[in-house]
Write a protein that binds this ligand. Sequence first.
Ligand SMILES: *Cc1c(COP(=O)(O)O)cnc(C)c1O
Length: 355
Amino acid sequence: MQIIINKTQQPKTHPDESRLGFGIHFTDHMFVMDYHPDKGWHTPRIEPYGPLAMDPATMVLHYGQGIFEGLKAYRTDSGKIQMFRPGENFKRLNRSAQLLCIPLIDEAFVLNALKELLILEKDWVPKKPETSLYIRPTIYASDPFLGVRASHTYRFFIILSPVGAYYVEGFNPVKIWVTPDHVRAVPGGVGEAKTIGNYAASLLAGHEAHQAGYTQVLWLDGIERKYLEEVGAMNIFIVMGGKVVTPALSGSILPGITRDSVIHLAKMWNLPVEERKISIDELLASHASGDLAEIFGSGTAAVISPVGELRYGKTTITVGEGKVGPVARRLYQALTDIQYGRKEGPKGWIEPIIG
Ligand SMILES: *Cc1c(COP(=O)(O)O)cnc(C)c1O
């Protein structure tokens, strides 16, 4: 399939790189293709970034049949542009597609289309340290139809957003709130898919956490409300008893690519790693016995997000004296060194785009 390229006649002025924020600015072009049952995925094109015309009955607006991904392109010190494990994102997009009855994409074709888009938009990859170009592939149900069924037609798009350093005020620990009243996902549900409704379902708990002065929600499992699942839209890691422990993928946890990379690096460094159930009681007991060293989240946006305080009901604990722990710091350094091309990572983790 040939990608049709229609360049913008009105290139935008680029935003100030010291105040990019996250998800605010978008580049000049986007990639789009459509699905029709008779044609499959068709008419791949790169066109000027702009609104998508939408019938008010478009199914995604009513029934939430939509999925997305999030990854980044990085500019290295020597001026190269590269991505971090992008093949894993398109693999996961297809797993999400299966769970949401969305037709699968050709992973290699779409990765190639993304590379073409990035080459066209190369000047939009910011240069300041710790900035990057955030990439948002999305698929939504596009039939104009009311009634609950899978849509027959779909649209796929990729948009790009230059984003600033996540830790504007330094790499500091956050405070997390264990919600007793809400759950994110249940076994047999769609918690392991990056599907739009999961985020709408997380808003009220996030709001309550903020009102209580906490930045992220720590989700417990949906059945017993006992076992740790995720923190905000990140996976969670605990360093206790000299081990790096993370909840096993249960079906209701999003299989993070950063999570997988953390596990890989920790094993490479000969740190004992365990993927298993972790109850909130075990965590609190570990803290009480002086065994709990670190808690941190992992995800594309923040890379590693250290946790300095955790609140569960009436109990508040301080983790690692409220400071960034050595494992979190080492992982953050190692992952960003690989992403920004300062160090070589495991084979296949870096996808070169330019240079
Ligand atoms: C995207 C996401 C993650 C992190 O995945 P990465 O591939 O590491 O970015 C974790 N949890 C949820 C709910 C997510 O949406």
